[in-house]
Design a binder for this molecule. Structure first.
Ligand SMILES: Cc1cc2nc3c(=O)[nH]c(=O)nc-3n(C[C@H](O)[C@H](O)[C@H](O)COP(=O)(O)OP(=O)(O)OC[C@H]3O[C@@H](n4cnc5c(N)ncnc54)[C@H](O)[C@@H]3O)c2cc1C
Length: 608
């Protein structure tokens, strides 16, 4: 276990510094390298999740360290019609809408080395073959023809509504990380007193036979699977049923709906039932269970299922960037070309082009030049390369998310400050593990599995969409990337505390510690298939997201105690020349919410 498989890659992929953590008898790496670890190859190798330096700068901003120096910022002399703070899907979509409706000069500022926010990719080179996986945002649904989502996808050059996927002759496989396909197994290890652990194949069909669980827990779990008496379901966001659901926790809802014990929810259902929201059901509003479906009732085709670019929703990001600045990706604006071609970084921020994207730029202050009601422009100050710069804009979309917006808009009204104080976000680690083949899973009869305890909760072998140079077939000897999502729920604690404890854990664990943890876990779970971590793992990339998910508590969606919902305060109108976007304003993590919130913010700023 101590022989580091990724150290070879790690040392190839990072600069060795003179001081910092000791790795071996003669080797030292800086704290940043010890934290970031291996980043893979290609354009995203230095932009996997939140990087150490970005995280440090952001926390200095949070602690007000730049406040006094802001007055001395270098004035670039630039004036834009629109600045979007945040270059994730929401900030990019704001620029797309702005250029379509009004046109003018637009600057997107993002603190990372690549645009995309939570929608970015990792790339591995495994024995000469390039493998791609998503860093966070994964799937989309087939949009209804002519509907809102479809119209936006067309606007950015999405040239198909569903993908063809690789085929696998040996075993039926899913093409989404969220499915439980055939040949699924549950693993019960040390937390259940089992060393070595116990596998239960096709657990639902076999009614959990062989699982080291009490009869009561088994009965609870089986009831949780049954299509139970559903009770009233919200039809539209904001109807009486949704408002009622927003008064209770998702945990209470699940307990009542399935007649199951609280402990069953916390031990077994938490990461799945709360998975799209980062925390467990104890902390969430019961409306979370229905938010996305009621927000986008028209999308989705059950027969075609989840859709996924090989790099997740990074596919849409690249199309948006191509739409805004065509030279960033050589070739035509097609899914194939944009998916495959390398980023031309030099084209992102050139003088004279309508839209510019400035990376590695952390915005530390946004403020009207005078009274918000009458100011002629907004001043935006950012840190780049250790220096402060100042730019001006006639309008600003704050698309970076609640956790930074509340710190940087200096003239934010008290009402908005109070609203943002009710937004909680929790962390997530997305670990992409490239394996040289998945014969060990095949031998065990597994195409995917779930476990309870340890790092993460589930993984599956995915057939990838056939875009660009993706091979048409996949077999047990093909190298693949297995994605594990690690959440940090601490059921029973207050929502804010769960977020900060989880962040402390995520930020306080080195790459080497996580690497060892994953290797041990894979070694334990897949020993029956002959898995050897040293031989079979080609590399691990960690994507750390300190504020990955919004965690809507009861009352978040529709308000509590006669007070308006916090999101409505921020969405109702712009604050002077500043409007608010980002997926979190919808209370549900979905790339379509990032787009829709940007659409609304730009519409407000244009006065339409
Ligand atoms: C693990 C995970 C899985 C997901 N899976 C799916 C899925 O399958 N399907 C789906 O539709 N959605 C999914 N989502 C949600 C989806 O990814 C998000 O809704 C969307 O990508 C968010 O885009 P955004 O622009 O709103 O925010 P972000 O992606 O967070 O972008 C904001 C950007 O602004 C930057 N920023 C913040 N503050 C500043 C500042 N002060 N200065 C400069 N830059 C700043 C941030 O670093 C970031 O780059 C998932 C999310 C996560 C975390």
């Amino acid at each position: 276990m101590n022989v580091p498989i990724t150290r070879r890659d790690f040392l190839n992929g990072t600069l060795l510094a003179g001081a910092g953590l000791v790795l071996g008898p003669r080797l030292h790496v800086s704290p940043a390298d010890a934290w970031n670890g291996y980043g893979g190859v290609g354009d995203y190798a230095r932009a996997h999740g939140n990087m150490y330096d970005d995280m440090i700068t952001a926390h200095r901003m949070r602690d007000g360290e730049f406040e006094r120096a802001v007055a001395g910022a270098i004035d670039t002399g630039e004036m834009y019609d629109l600045i979007a703070v945040g270059g994730g899907i929401s900030g990019l979509a704001a620029a797309v809408f702005f250029q379509k409706r009004r046109g003018g000069s637009c600057l997107i500022l993002d603190n990372h080395a690549i645009f995309g926010g939570e929608a970015r990719r990792n790339e591995f080179d495994v024995d000469g073959q390039t493998l791609v996986a998503h860093q966070a945002s994964a799937i989309f649904l087939v949009p209804k023809k002519g509907g809102y989502t479809d119209t936006f996808y067309n606007l950015i050059g999405m040239d198909r509504s569903a993908f063809d996927y690789q085929s696998c002759a040996e075993m039926p496989l899913s093409h989404s990380p969220y499915d439980e396909p055939e040949n699924y197994g549950f693993y019960f290890g040390p937390p259940f007193g089992k060393t070595p652990g116990v596998w239960v194949m096709n657990p639902w069909e076999r009614r959990l036979e062989g699982a080291p669980l009490s009869d009561d827990v088994k009965a609870d779990l089986l009831r949780s699977q049954a299509v139970a008496e559903p009770g009233p379901i919200p039809q539209t966001e904001g109807d009486a049923v949704s408002r009622q659901l927003d008064t209770i926790t998702l945990e209470d809802y699940l307990m009542a709906r399935h007649k199951i014990a609280r402990e069953t929810v916390r031990t077994f259902l938490s990461p799945v039932a709360g998975g799209g929201y980062g925390l467990g059901p104890d902390a969430l509003s019961a409306f979370c269970n229905f938010a996305i479906e009621t927000q986008f009732p028209e999308d989705g085709d059950d027969a075609l299922g989840d859709q996924m670019f090989p790099d997740g929703n990074s596919g849409f990001v690249r199309l948006m960037v191509k739409t805004l600045i065509p030279d960033v990706f050589p070739g035509p604006r097609t899914v194939d070309a944009v998916w495959q071609n390398r980023i031309q970084f030099g084209a992102l921020d050139r003088t004279g082009q309508a839209t510019r994207i400035r990376l590695n730029a952390t915005v530390v202050r946004v403020e009207h030049a005078g009274s918000p009601g009458s100011a002629a422009h907004v001043v935006v100050t950012y840190v780049k390369g250790g220096r402060l710069y100042r730019v001006k804009a006639r309008a600003v979309v704050m698309a970076g998310g609640s956790w930074t917006t509340k710190h940087i808009v200096a003239d934010l009204p008290d009402s908005h400050r109070a609203a943002y104080a009710q937004f909680y976000r929790s962390p997530c680690l997305m670990a992409n593990t490239a394996v040289r083949n998945w014969r060990f899973l095949y031998k065990m009869g597994l195409s995917g599995c779930r476990w309870f305890g340890g790092l993460g909760n589930y993984l599956s072998v995915r057939r990838q969409a056939r875009v660009g140079g993706i091979k048409p077939t996949l077999g047990p000897d093909s190298p693949i990337v297995l994605t594990i999502k690690v959440l940090f729920a601490q059921p029973g604690l207050p929502v804010a505390e769960q977020g900060s404890l989880g962040r402390a854990q995520l930020l306080g664990t080195s790459f080497a510690q996580y690497e060892r943890g994953f290797r041990e876990q894979f070694g334990d779970m897949f020993a029956p298939g002959g898995f050897d971590p040293r031989r079979d793992i080609a590399g691990i990339i960690l994507n750390r997201w300190g504020h990955a998910y919004v965690n809507p508590q009861p009352g978040f969606f529709f308000g509590a105690n006669g007070q308006p919902a916090p999101r409505d305060v921020l969405r109702a109108a712009p604050h002077g020349r500043i409007a608010f976007a980002n997926t979190d304003l919808a209370g549900a993590m979905d790339h379509r919410n990032s787009i829709r919130e940007a659409d609304r913010a730009v519409t407000q700023l244009l006065g339409a």
